[in-house]
Design a protein around this ligand. Structure first.
Ligand code: AGP
Length: 612
């Protein structure tokens, strides 16, 4: 979603903040802008609709843009159209204060009316412009930017990650957060503020993750962090443990393709150090629960959105099968407003790649408010979910840039498999089965490599789908959520309407859609329900549906039914989804690429959905 970058130091700010914005492009945006205070202590603001390249076109190359302090923003529209007028930075009526803001000011209408009565006028439809003028109003009373920002934020209901500069205070950036992530990057005689470490990692790996209701004052010589109640905070400096190379595409055409190809490593990282051969089980140190506490778990609720929700459905299937513990899966956005029942001895697991998804955070807080034990499966170290849960497991997928989640998904389901075994070995699972899981999971990275070697064949198959307007994805059991995930991938990046179904449901309605123009992608592997799904697929075939089947190596029967077959290696049931989803990721990728779409930044979507 929206991105923020700010710089104060000795270098020229504009090039640094624009470069930082480029590193945030992957989050998705529809306009961009920058504000600097130049050598003459004038505030200069430049904005453009569209991509950062459009912004660069409107930034002059003369001396008026030379200055050591700047803030910049990429906007994903919430209030008002994605145009230049609504894009950030917003300035107050005096033209001295500029602000960039992520989040939503919920009481902006009340504040706007109040300010209009005081004589302020507004030029955009945004809540952020209201905040700029509220700070301006406070400034007329306090004549101290830090105090004015604090007093304004005290009046605000809603969420914010923001940065403010003023030409009256040419040596200060004030930044604050509540609900929207913000980090402080600490360089050598220079400081950065950003919504995401990706924007600043090239300059420094020393960061402070600001907490909710904290505010930081940055100058060229240092920083002070305080709460919105004006109490000094001694914040810990963290080291970012990943590298800039993760932010580069290398030889790949798109980040999504690179991330698909990283899965042998990312899945390996998700289970490395977590297999416990001696006891044929797994260990997940971060959960924050002792084995005796885990033994008492009677029920699990798993919450997430989008791809993470699909991972949760797979987790349900595997945990129930291996550990015989009932699992409920909920959309985070529904959970919060549903007055959820959380019985005693229930653990709540929130799954989120980013650890910042607003709906998931709200659901997590709702469960915590009800006294539930909540732990998180997240990818981003230091994210809000990682910090606010009682315990958690990092999925260790590495930085994921493509909006369409791929390697984060396979890492999530790897972690859920480890959890299923941990719980199962305390209840229902024999040491022999535990050891079989361990042996099999170690073989998974090689098996993924084997599937990736089919990349060219899958591109050929993708050609048959390029002109389709609809597609169906079918699976049963643990592959039903994989079918949902395959359909989501196709929708997100190729804009082809696609639906996932449990294969047996076809005859209850969707079969009516089948004709010779309908591609039907099905997962039919060698497992206990193989015969059942084959019958379902015969029904599709009988109506001329164009079957693309993901099948187990050596299966000759499917060859006779399908237009295309993609063979994948065998593994145990609990690990099959890690393999079966990979051809679907590649298929979606190639369809979108063949259609010439911006695969990494699909229209209307953002990488991290930080609004409800
Ligand atoms: C997946 O391809 C998506 N872009 C999206 O559904 C995503 O999984 C969802 O927004 C949840 O994000 P999270 O895992 O960061 O919470």
């Amino acid at each position: 979603m929206c991105g923020i970058v700010g710089y104060i130091g000795k270098k020229n700010a504009i090039s640094l903040v624009v470069e930082g914005l480029k590193r945030l492009e992957y989050r998705g945006y529809d306009s961009a802008g920058v504000a600097i205070i130049n050598k003459s202590k004038d505030l200069k603001v430049y904005k453009a609709e569209g991509k950062i390249i459009e912004l660069e076109k409107v930034i002059p190359t003369n001396d008026e843009i030379i200055g050591n302090i700047g803030i910049a923003h990429t906007r994903w529209a919430t209030h008002g159209q994605p145009n230049k007028k609504n894009s950030h930075p917003h300035i107050d009526n005096s033209g001295k204060i500029a602000i960039v803001h992520n989040g939503i000011i919920e009481n902006y209408r009340v504040l706007k009316t109040f300010l209009e009565e005081k004589g302020f006028s507004f030029y955009s439809e945004t809540d952020t412009e209201v905040l700029a003028n509220l700070i301006s109003f406070m400034e007329s009373e306090y004549h101290n930017l830090e105090v004015s920002v604090r007093e304004a934020l005290i009046k605000v209901e809603g969420t914010f990650g923001l940065a403010v500069i003023s030409s009256d205070y040419p040596g200060q950036i004030i930044a604050a957060r509540r609900g929207s992530p913000l980090i402080l990057g600490i360089g050598k005689e220079e400081y950065f503020i950003a919504s995401d470490v990706s924007a600043t990692i090239i300059h420094t790996k020393d960061v402070i993750y600001l907490q909710d209701n904290e505010m930081v004052v940055l100058t060229q010589t240092g920083y002070t962090i305080k709460t919105l109640k004006n109490e000094i905070v001694e914040a810990k400096i963290d080291k970012v443990d990943w590298d800039i190379s993760q932010m580069e595409k290398g030889d790949y055409k798109h980040f999504m393709l690179k991330e698909i190809f990283e899965q042998p490593t990312s899945v390996g990282n998700a289970f490395r150090g977590r297999l416990y051969d001696n006891l044929s089980t797994t260990r997940l140190g971060g959960i924050g629960m002792s084995l005796s506490e885990l033994r008492k778990v009677k029920k699990i609720q798993i919450i997430g959105c989008g791809t993470s929700w699909h991972a949760a459905l797979i987790g349900k299937n595997i945990i129930e099968q291996i550990a015989r513990i009932p699992v409920e899966v909920e959309y985070a956005s529904e959970y919060r407003y549903r007055n959820p029942i959380i019985p005693e001895d229930t653990i709540v697991i929130v799954i989120s790649q980013s650890g910042e998804t607003a709906d998931t955070l709200a659901a997590m807080r709702e469960a915590q408010a009800r006294g539930a034990k909540v732990f998180g499966i997240t990818n981003v170290v230091g994210s809000t979910i990682a910090r606010e849960t009682d315990g958690g497991v990092y999925s260790h997928a590495g930085s994921e840039i493509g909006v369409a989640s791929t390697k984060a998904f396979t890492s999530q389901i790897t972690v859920l498999g480890l959890l299923a075994v941990l719980l199962g070995r305390m209840t229902n699972m024999s040491p022999i089965d535990g050891m079989e899981f361990i042996k099999e999971i170690r073989k998974i990275p090689k098996k993924i490599e084997k599937i990736l070697a089919l990349n060219d064949d899958i591109r050929e198959i993708a050609k048959s789908m390029v002109n389709s307007t609809n597609a169906l994805y079918l699976g049963r059991g643990v592959h039903y959520p994989v079918a949902l995930e395959g359909a989501l991938k196709l929708k997100e990046i190729s804009y082809i309407h696609a639906e996932g179904y449990p294969a047996a449901e076809m005859k209850h309605g969707p079969l009516a859609l089948i004709d010779e123009n309908m591609p039907v992608v099905a997962i039919a592997l060698n497992d206990s329900i193989y015969d059942k799904i084959i019958s379902n697929l015969q029904e599709v075939k009988a109506r001329d549906g164009q079957l693309i089947i993901i099948a187990s190596e050596g299966d000759k029967l499917v060859k006779k039914m399908a237009k295309h077959v993609i063979y994948i290696p065998d593994t145990i049931y609990a690990l099959q989804p890690i393999l079966s989803v990979i051809p679907l990721q590649l298929l979606a990728y190639h369809v979108a690429d063949l259609k010439g779409f911006n695969v990494d930044q699909p229209r209307n979507l953002a990488k991290s959905v930080t609004v409800e």
